[in-house]
Design a protein around this ligand. Structure first.
Ligand code: GDP
Ligand code: IMO
Ligand code: MG
Length: 424
């Protein structure tokens, strides 16, 4: 019993490049497991000319001989999962025997999506900017102890359970202004996908399966979203509905805390955020637009334009503390290749008082305190080792390491699987 659970988490507001890091590390593992979130996630993998965006399937799927478990902490839309699997098949990616699904994962019903839309539209001026994938309402039913789980589909009374949940949801929906009607075709598709799914995946007791595998080999846990969207520690209520920090891997998989080994914290060399909520270093100017265009900062799931800003070390320090990050992976450094000046927030000024802590108040007027760096002004996309990287970039990374107190072990220099350098 000496094998460990290594965890990959996002340290910002999601879309840090977690999928790429999972794929890169997977050859060292026999099991990759998603532990929270659902199809609100979009994890992109690029192999030369080919690009895949995964929403529910763990990013270890492109490696041979690896089991990809969707854990109990995930909320699952069977339509999205079957579509994802079928898309992989059309692209010649085999999934047979490679996807395991925990019986205790909760199901996103078509009516959960409607409730998500109804709740968002009722929020008028204070919308969260939900992905409208039914995430919040499904987790609400889970904690309210009325949810449907994957294991229920194997029970003879599943259809009755589904009908009862649907009825409750429709009743609730009738209290909203506007029409949120259940589309009969969408419902039919959902019910069909429940059947199709059982041909494609193995439905398992995830916690037993994972702990058994942990006896002989290390497991890699794949987080979705990021620490700053965590339901407890993010800028509530502008958060997602799950525990996105490494502790979430324990409850979302059924693995004890002392089994956690390495925690890989993934962050971009700048910041982005999709949806509403505080973003202290946001740039609503030409520099922000430059980051958006050069970084291709448009959502992998919804296609929405991502808000962009400078790297925020106050938020990053907070995220590293919450997640217990042991190694940092910095992504998209290449996006700033032609910047003359690069800024990094090292502290905040709130009501004239300097602080290095992330505030409780979501309406706090934060003035970031910046440190400026000269840009490296060099194309780094072909760099494959530390020696290839420009000194100015290495100085910038050294500064981040010293500020955060955790080593940076990987620098990503492009979207492709092979782009990047291990450093140390
Ligand atoms: P995730 O949700 O954390 O897996 O990240 P996303 O896939 O939503 O967003 C990351 C985006 O950046 C994707 O389009 C990736 O293909 C891309 N990407 C990842 N790493 C790099 C990098 O180092 N440089 C560039 N230019 N793009 C990257
Ligand atoms: P990955 O795993 C970026 C954001 C939404 C919204 C808030 C709540 O690809 O990093 P939800 O649908 O979860 O109720 O939306 O969280 N959000 C994400 N932002 N990347 C994600 O996932 C996200 N998943 C949710 O934009 O602001
Ligand atoms: Mg994403």
């Amino acid at each position: 019993m000496n094998k460990q659970l290594d965890v990959i988490v996002g340290l910002q507001w999601g879309d840090e490049g977690k999928g790429k890091v999972v794929d890169k590390l997977t050859p060292q593992y026999k099991t990759v497991a998603r532990f929270q979130g659902g199809p609100n996630a979009g994890h992109t993998l690029v192999f030369g000319e080919r690009k895949f965006v995964l929403h529910s399937i763990p990013s270890g799927i492109f490696n041979e001989g690896v089991v990809n478990l969707i854990g109990n902490g995930v909320v699952l839309d069977p339509v999205v999962l079957t579509q994802e699997i079928e898309h992989l098949h059309t692209q010649g990616v085999a999934t047979q025997g490679k996807i395991w699904l925990s019986k205790k994962a909760h199901l996103i019903l078509p009516t959960h999506r409607l409730i998500d839309a109804a709740q968002e539209s009722a929020k008028a001026g204070a919308k969260i900017g939900s992905t409208l994938r039914g995430i919040g309402p499904t987790y609400t039913d889970k904690t309210n102890r009325v949810g449907l789980r994957v294991g229920d589909v194997l029970q003879p009374n599943f259809k009755q359970k589904y009908a009862a949940a649907k009825e409750q949801h429709l009743q609730y929906l009738s209290s909203f202004k506007g029409t949120f009607e259940l589309d009969a075709q969408a419902e039919q598709k959902w019910l069909q996908s429940i059947d199709t799914l059982q041909k494609y995946v193995s439905i398992v007791d995830g916690e037993y399966a994972l702990n058994e595998r942990l006896q002989t080999s290390n497991v890699l846990a794949e987080g979705a979203q990021g620490a700053m969207l965590d339901v407890d520690f993010g800028s509530y209520p502008f958060v997602t509905s799950s525990s996105t920090i490494s502790a979430g891997a324990c409850t979302g998989l059924g693995v004890a805390p002392q089994r956690i080994g390495e925690v890989f914290g993934v962050f971009k060399a700048y910041c982005t955020r999709v949806g509403s909520g505080p973003f202290p270093t946001e740039l609503n100017d030409a520099v922000g637009e430059q980051l958006r265009q050069q970084g291709g900062e448009f959502g992998s799931t919804t296609g929405r334009s991502r808000r962009c800003g400078w790297l925020d070390l106050v938020a990053l320090r907070y995220a590293v503390m919450l997640t217990g990050t042991t190694q940092l992976c910095v992504m998209k450094a290449d996006v700033m290749d032609n910047f003359d000046t690069i800024k990094v927030a090292v502290g905040y000024k709130i009501n004239g008082i300097e602080t290095d802590q992330y505030p409780y108040e979501t309406d706090a007027q934060i003035e970031p305190i910046y440190r400026e760096f000269e840009g490296w002004k060099q194309d780094i996309s072909a760099c494959r080792s530390q020696q290839d990287l420009p000194k100015k970039l290495l100085d910038y990374l050294k500064f981040i390491e010293l500020q955060i107190g955790v080593p940076i072990t990987f620098v990503s220099t492009g979207a492709d699987r092979d782009s990047g350098c291990s450093i140390g």
